[in-house]
Every structure is written in structure tokens, then in C-alpha cells.
Design a protein around this ligand. Structure first.
Ligand SMILES: Cc1cc2nc3c(=O)[nH]c(=O)nc-3n(C[C@H](O)[C@H](O)[C@H](O)COP(=O)(O)O)c2cc1C
Length: 259
């Protein structure tokens, strides 16, 4: 899929292999029953761990899960997602304050007045490594999908992965050789989300109407039923009730205090 910038000047480079990889990325949930080698996972993760990290705190850990029974349990914990059980490799991207705690203890301090900032920064750090891994994997032909369902039951996920205190799984990732690659899911209009110099406040309803129509057409093209208010309806259905109400307490018990 080509770069979609209508203003692209043919004399100025506006595309590259990386940009093409980004444009073609889609979530894949069905995999060939072929293994992914240790060397490939290591290459992907070593590259991903070059992601920037706030103040060099490296507040993340990745758990590589291949064991079928662990994947089965993770599939249940993430809301019975079949691709979690069927993927050859599941990567758990964790926020990890345990090494920071150890470093502080060496200097006579504790993380007990752990704050919102460290909780946020560790999740950002883990996400940057996760996205980098996703793209590095994609560049090898490995596709997959991120799994936020790990936050359905953070304590059970911690038990399966044997996570210590001060570590929780922010999101997981199924990775494998794609059985097929679905069409790209359209995004909202560029100008609805990119602002120049100052945030533009007009045009929001028009952008929502346009995106509802684009997404409904996309779903119908896949043979799926789609309401006219495809995106706004989905969002309302999902978020008009409290989401993962237990999360604040579960994370506090794991050593992350989002007060
Ligand atoms: C943090 C995060 C969590 C996600 N969690 C899940 C999940 O639990 N299950 C799933 O099937 N897809 C999950 N997804 C995939 C999204 O549904 C998908 O990225 C989105 O619908 C856009 O589709 P696309 O990636 O094909 O463009 C997640 C994506 C992200 C970024």
C-alpha cells in the first residue's frame, strides 16, 4: 500500500521500507502451525529493547510464552480469545518497577510512596518496546495482534507468568506466520487527528459521521453486519459502562498505585 500523502513531492523522499511496513500493518489473529524460532524472537526483542526509555529507567520486562498450557490459561484469562491459545508465541509486555525498587533499596530508599508518574512511565516504556517488537517482527514477515485482554484479570495473568511484586502485564502480543492477512482497518481522517500549531476544535461531528460511514463500509465489505453508527456506536457500547472496574485495586495489590 503506497504512502497516502497527497502532498508528496516526487523529489523529496516521503516513503521508505519502514513507512511501507507501517502502512501495511494489520492485526492478524490466525496463524500457520509453523514454529517461530528462538533466534527470530531474540532478534525481534533485542531490536525492540533499543526503544527510547524515560530517564533510561528501562521499567519493563518481556515474558516469552510458548507452553501450550500457559497459552490456554492466558486465553481464558484474556476473555477466551482463541488466538491466544493458538498463537505459536505469546509475548507479555510488562511494566516492571522491581529493578528500580532494588536499585533504590541499595541506597536506603523504598518505592513505597510509589506514584502515578512511575506507573505511567513504566506502561509507556513497555508500550514502546511492544510496538517496536511488533514492527521488527513484521519486517521478518511475522504478524500478530496486541492483547489488552490481559488486564481483564491481572492477578491470574501474574500467576500464570509468575510475576513478582511491582510487575504487571500491560498488554500481550500473539505472534506467528499469518494464515492470511485481512484488509487494513480504515483510520479516522488525517485532519481530524493532526493539528497544526494549535488544536482545532471544529469539525469533530463531521469527522465522526465520516468515520462511521467509512468503517461501516469496511465491515460490510468483509461480509459483517454493520450499523450506520459503526464507530460511535461501538465506542458507546464499550465505554458507557465502567471498564475493568477492579483494575485499580488489582494493580495496587501488585505494587502500582494509580491513586
Ligand atoms: C493495547 C492494545 C490492546 C489490544 N487488545 C486486543 C485484544 O485483547 N484482542 C484483540 O483481538 N485485539 C486487540 N487489539 C487489537 C485492536 O483491536 C486493533 O489494533 C484495532 O481494532 C485496529 O485494527 P488493526 O490493528 O488491524 O488496524 C489491541 C490493540 C492494542 C493497541
Amino acid at each position: 500500500m503506497a504512502n497516502e500523502n497527497p502532498h508528496a513531492d516526487p523529489d523529496i523522499a516521503t516513503t521508505s521500507e519502514t513507512i511501507e511496513v507501517l502502512h501495511n500493518r494489520v492485526s492478524v489473529r490466525a496463524f500457520k502451525p509453523e514454529p517461530v524460532s528462538e533466534a527470530q524472537i531474540e532478534a525481534v526483542l533485542r531490536a525492540a529493547l533499543r526503544a527510547p526509555t524515560s530517564s533510561n529507567i528501562q521499567a519493563y520486562s518481556v515474558v516469552v510464552v510458548r507452553d501450550a498450557e500457559s497459552r490456554r490459561r492466558l486465553s481464558v484469562a484474556t476473555g477466551n480469545q482463541p488466538h491466544v491459545a493458538e498463537t505459536p508465541v505469546f509475548l507479555a509486555f510488562c511494566a516492571d518497577l522491581s529493578r528500580i525498587e532494588r536499585a533504590m533499596r541499595r541506597h536506603g530508599h523504598s518505592l513505597d510512596d510509589n506514584n502515578l508518574e512511575l506507573g505511567l512511565v513504566s506502561a509507556i516504556d513497555a508500550s514502546l518496546v511492544g510496538m517496536s517488537a511488533y514492527l521488527a517482527a513484521d519486517s521478518l514477515g511475522l504478524k500478530g495482534v496486541m492483547i489488552g485482554g490481559v488486564r481483564n484479570d491481572p492477578a491470574e495473568v501474574a500467576r500464570i507468568l509468575d510475576l513478582p511484586r511491582r510487575v504487571y502485564c500491560v498488554f500481550g502480543m500473539c505472534l506467528g506466520w499469518p494464515l492470511s492477512t485481512p484488509p487494513r482497518k480504515p483510520r479516522m481522517d488525517y485532519h481530524a487527528v493532526v493539528h497544526f500549531e494549535r488544536y482545532r476544535r471544529d469539525g469533530v461531528d463531521e469527522a465522526l459521521d465520516a468515520y462511521d460511514a467509512v468503517l461501516a463500509a469496511h465491515y460490510r465489505g468483509l461480509g459483517k453486519p454493520a450499523a450506520a453508527d459503526s464507530w460511535t456506536g461501538e465506542i458507546d457500547t464499550k465505554f458507557s459502562r465502567p471498564q475493568r472496574d477492579h483494575l485499580r485495586r488489582a494493580l495496587r495489590e501488585m505494587g502500582f498505585d494509580f491513586r
